[in-house]
Design a protein around this ligand. Structure first.
Ligand SMILES: Nc1nc2c(ncn2[C@@H]2O[C@H](COP(=O)(O)OP(=O)(O)OP(=O)(O)O)[C@@H](O)[C@H]2O)c(=O)[nH]1
Ligand SMILES: [Mg+2]
Length: 547
């Protein structure tokens, strides 16, 4: 139908004879009649061409998860929202008003018979939802009208809080489909309208999505900050400063130093660019903390066979996720689980025990385990305490098998398991000789020391990812970058600033200005201020319908 309309417009522009035009439109109508549902037929019978999706600008969707629930929220947004209210919402307020005027006796019975009255914006009202054709009551509900631009999408928005049964929701959605100008929303369309209306920038859109997806406390806190506009204002300030630097150079190009412009402006611009460069560099040197916190810290459990790696995974998951037997080489493939450890999102992976093995299948598993350790954000080496610690004249000494040693770094956490197998006389001096940080001794069989281990691991990870809260419970040293997309644009802004700083002397100032312009554009792309059409679909399509 869209194509039909655009062709007819083009025909008009080229001044085709009217007879030709009407034949074309008739033919196109025929196409739409054969390809469109009953609604189209009905519209044509009444002599009005059906509306295209683009024309039906008012969208609606169930915003709560489908299925049975106490309450379901249906959202409507767009220019026809008030029309929707008038057609399907009958408030008890309206009935009361008409009763006061002596036109009705019983408020409840007269609600649907009462003509609609305008909503009181931002106030929740008790109402009946009615079928616009039959006036049948579909539900006893609550409705709230948000008058644009003071709404989520910046358009008029209506929220219907109905009973969360499938039949109720289905009936209300069907009623909405019957209101002219309305169509179902596509995934993320409400948020996209909020973005297009200037209510949110792209970082806030991403923050909102992360908030919906947040599984742990740290993810929730980080997403809430971004959705609230913290990243938006910082990226905005950065872009403004680059533009300020560009303004100096533009002034030099237009007027020249010395005559109309005071001396030293070029040097001033260079110093400013250098400071901006350092600022971006320090934002980028965050060890990907923001991205890791959002997606989860990848922690790989590794070590020799039969030391209790799978037992550890099961303990952390609090269920029998992995197979545990006394046979060395039980685990072959990588088993990954998403867990919440001390409020941190952790993707824990159990791996095959590392050893020389003639078994082809086991060899593949071992190779996968090695690669997983190398690609991980953090790794945890599990050893059996009795095998790993040997007595030496200078005290107990930790022994790491030769095939595992290359994978161990100063950042590797160590868990010494099976401490129940060591006699107390040997255990006590061993425990006192262990490193103070990142090393724990436990018995997964008897669950001795496991509480200290989990708390210690969480603290170490919080330290490492620098997510420490201050006395007021606020996170300190919060990373600005939370998505790989931000990093890509900041890296290119850094390159443009470097290119500006490399521009030789004031002669090439025009080229230098161009570099600064690109740097500002790169930072602008993070917020969606320029030229980001290509990324919009990717970002909004990840939302569920109704968001
Ligand atoms: N005594 C004792 N036995 C344990 C402890 N933890 C695990 N085990 C036993 O050690 C054996 C091996 O445990 P797993 O968890 O399968 O060890 P794994 O490191 O995953 O072994 P692979 O998958 O073969 O690499 C099982 O029989 C467990 O019951 C412990 O703390 N003490
Ligand atoms: Mg195992």
């Amino acid at each position: 139908m869209l194509r039909a309309i655009s062709i007819s417009f083009r025909c008009k522009k080229l001044s085709f004879p009217n007879a030709y035009l009407s034949r074309t439109i008739l033919a196109l109508r025929h196409i739409s009649v054969t390809s469109c549902p009953a609604l189209t037929m009905k519209a044509l019978e009444h002599g009005t061409p059906p509306l295209s999706d683009a024309q039906r600008r008012t969208i609606y969707a169930l915003s709560t998860p489908p299925g049975k629930s106490g309450v379901a929220v249906i959202r409507v947004s767009g220019p026809e929202t008030l029309g929707v209210w008038q057609r399907i919402v009958r408030t008890t307020r309206a009935a009361r008003i008409s009763q006061d005027k002596g036109k009705g006796k019983d408020v409840n019975r007269s609600v649907t018979k009462t003509p609609s009255i305008l909503p009181q914006p931002w106030k929740m009202e008790r109402c009946h939802i009615i079928d616009p054709h039959t006036s049948e009551i579909l539900d006893d509900a609550l409705a709230v009208f948000f008058r644009g631009p003071r709404s989520f999408t910046t358009e008029d928005v209506l929220e219907l809080h109905v009973h969360g049964g499938r039949a109720v929701v289905g009936a209300v959605l069907t009623a909405l489909a019957r209101v002219p100008g309305c169509r179902p929303a596509s995934p993320g369309e409400f948020t996209r309208r909020a973005y297009e209306g200037g209510r949110l920038d792209l970082t806030q859109v991403e923050g909102l999505r992360d908030l919906v997806d947040a599984d742990t406390e740290s993810q929730r806190r980080a997403a809430l900050r971004v959705a609230g506009g913290e990243a938006r204002s910082q990226f905005h300030a950065l872009r403004e400063d680059i533009i300020g630097c560009l303004a100096l150079i533009e002034a030099l190009i237009d007027f020249g130093e010395g005559e109309d412009i005071e001396e030293g402006v070029f040097d001033q611009a260079r110093q400013q660019a250098q400071r901006l460069r350092d600022r971006i560099q320090s934002i980028l040197s965050d060890n990907r903390r923001g991205e890791i916190m959002r997606t989860g810290i990848r922690l790989v459990i590794f070590g020799p066979p039969n030391v209790g790696k799978s037992s550890l995974l099961n303990f952390l998951a609090q269920r029998e996720a992995a197979i545990v037997t006394h046979v060395p080489g039980t685990t072959r493939d990588i088993l990954e689980l998403s867990l919440d450890i001390g409020g941190l999102p952790i993707l824990v992976a159990d791996t095959a025990g590392l050893r020389e093995s003639p078994d082809e299948v086991e060899q593949i598993g071992i190779e996968r385990a090695r690669k997983a350790v190398q690609a991980a954000d953090a790794s945890l080496l599990v050893l059996s305490l009795s095998d790993a610690v040997s007595a030496t004249p200078s005290g107990p000494r930790l022994h790491i098998p030769a095939e595992i040693a290359p994978l161990v770094t100063p950042n590797t956490f160590i868990l010494l398991n099976k401490m129940d197998l060591l006699p107390t006389s040997v255990l006590m001096p061993t425990l006192t000789a262990l490193p103070q940080h990142g090393c724990w001794a436990v018995s997964l069989a008897s669950q001795t020391g496991t509480g200290e281990f989990v708390a210690g691991l969480a603290t170490e990870l919080q330290d490492r990812y620098n997510l420490i809260q201050d006395a007021e419970g606020e996170d300190t040293n919060v990373p600005l970058i939370t998505h790989a997309r931000h990093r890509v644009h900041l890296e290119s802004a850094l390159e443009f600033l470097d290119a500006f700083l490399d521009t030789p002397a004031p002669e090439d100032i025009v080229l230098g200005a161009e570099e600064l312009r690109y740097a500002a554009q790169a930072v602008g792309k993070i917020s969606g201020l320029v030229d980001v059409e290509d990324v919009l679909d990717a970002i909004f399509n990840q939302f569920c319908i109704g968001k």
